[in-house]
Ligand binder design. Structure first.
Ligand code: UDX
Length: 436
């Protein structure tokens, strides 16, 4: 099939590349000429495991092309994916200006039947708006479909190629059939393509992300309570998660959720509720608790050192919002580092992928180490913000040799409490320290 993908951010790029991988002819359109030039030369503009291999293979095969020309994309694609940003407005709502502007252009330019697919996470009613905007100018038949993505950063290629489900929201049989055909190679294992109306599809994305954010937040509260009463959240987590109604995943407490989706989507659904006089009390609490959770290590650190951290050298391991990505959007590490800097600490940081992004934001406020051990020279404490695999089993003897005092604050619970006691560390983690 002939596909155009408008917007080569994270979602657009993964969508375009993976659709080319199953034999479709894909043109990706972006207004950023420099980025398009680089992509034409085979440079993947984001860090996402496995994407580079697919990218190169499909460019070579001539199935994946890039252009700055929307006209070219629209002339090529029978199915046009909108993978445009929907940033958070000041009031928490999703800003649809990019989506609606491109829709206007689509209306003016298409001259044969097209299916326009909303891939961006958009509020309920957006497909209707997109349809209305296109219809203002269109001289031909078209359909608008809502097809939310459920890609996790770091696993996006796998999630796209082997999805647990595909959601297609459409009121047109013709468009639904076309979308089912497009996605059939991805669900050979028997996973479902779920069809529904556009509004339900749009809400499915927000509901799924808000639910997962709530699940994590609930566990963060249980962890905080564990500390008060001397219970161990790791044991509680396993005890709960084996109930198949609850499930084992997304029960890991820590320093709060971050990233480009959960924070934005929870706030967008909360805001959407207010527009129809619905007060999502649970989501209001989720936002508030997560904000507190992102700073949960600070009182633990000041309980040990006092509130004046001037002269204290602190090492930070992990800066991205989660492992396997260079994305630092809403990363808890940012909140933690800002608080530690405010209290006067000197910070030396390391992350396997996110250092360039952090450097852009923090400049010379931080010391940037070349490796994880380089952060530890003379350190008074180590703070772990992201659970990258390489941090999971360091040489503790080397860590001790380098650090001035043997104190670790672990925001991701990557070590065992008794193991750390045996190694001779003061080890503070989340929800696992006894009350007395
Ligand atoms: C998420 C959704 O999983 C995906 O389906 C959607 O399309 C986009 O948003 P992503 O933001 O890439 O994906 O990351 P995810 O792996 O879901 O983690 C989100 C945040 O929750 C991270 O900050 C992570 O550290 C945190 N988290 C996750 C926890 O704190 N505990 C957990 O148990 C799981």
């Amino acid at each position: 099939m002939k596909i155009a993908v408008i917007g080569t951010g994270y979602v657009g790029l993964v969508t375009g590349t993976c659709l080319a991988e199953t034999g479709n002819d894909v043109i990706c359109v972006d207004i950023d000429a420099e980025k398009v030039e680089k992509m034409k030369q085979g440079v993947v503009p984001i860090y996402e495991p496995h994407l580079d291999v697919l990218f190169e293979r499909n460019i070579k095969a001539g199935r994946l092309e890039f252009t700055t020309s929307l006209d070219e994309g629209l002339a090529h694609g029978d199915i046009i994916f909108l993978a445009l940003p929907t940033p958070e407005d000041e009031d928490g709502s999703a800003d649809l200006s990019y989506v609606l502007k491109v829709s206007e252009d689509i209306g003016k330019k298409i001259d044969n039947y097209k299916v326009i697919v909303d891939k961006s996470t958009v509020p309920v009613g957006t497909a209707e708006k997109v349809r209305a905007v296109i219809a203002q100018n269109a001289t031909t038949d078209f359909d608008v479909v809502s097809n939310p993505e459920f890609l996790r950063e770091g696993y996006a290629v796998d999630d796209f190629l082997k999805p647990e489900r595909i959601v297609i929201g459409s009121s047109s049989e013709r468009a639904t059939r076309l979308m089912q055909k497009l996605y059939s190679p991805f669900v050979r294992s028997g996973n479902p393509i779920i069809t529904m109306d556009e509004k339900s599809a749009e809400l499915t994305k927000y509901a799924a992300n808000s639910f997962l954010a709530t699940k994590i937040t609930f566990m963060n509260e249980i962890a905080n309570y564990c500390e008060k009463v001397g219970a161990d959240v790791d044991k509680v987590r396993v005890g709960m998660g084996t109930d198949s109604r609850i499930g084992k995943r997304f029960l890991f407490p820590g320093i709060g959720y971050g990233g480009s989706c959960f924070p934005k989507d929870v706030k967008a659904l909360l805001h959407a509720g207010t527009l129809v006089d619905y007060d999502f009390k649970i989501l209001d609490s989720v936002v508030e608790i997560n904000q507190i959770q992102k700073q949960i290590l600070i009182p633990k650190i000041t309980a040990h050192f006092g509130t004046d951290l001037s002269g204290k050298k602190i090492a930070i391991w992990g800066l991205s919002f989660k492992p396997e990505t260079d994305d630092i959007r809403e990363a808890p590490a940012i909140d933690i580092m800002n608080s530690l800097l405010d209290l006067g600490a000197e910070l030396t940081v390391f992350d396997p992928e996110a250092m360039p992004n952090i450097r852009k934001q923090f400049g010379d406020k931080l010391n940037y180490a070349n490796g994880m051990y380089d952060t530890l020279e003379g350190a008074d404490a180590l703070v772990i913000c992201t659970e990258w695999s390489i941090f999971r089993s360091p040489s503790f003897s080397r860590v001790k040799e380098l650090m001035k005092s043997h104190v670790i604050f672990d925001g991701r619970n990557i070590y065992q409490v008794d193991e750390m006691a045996n190694e001779g560390f003061k080890y503070v983690s989340i929800g696992r320290n006894q009350a007395n």
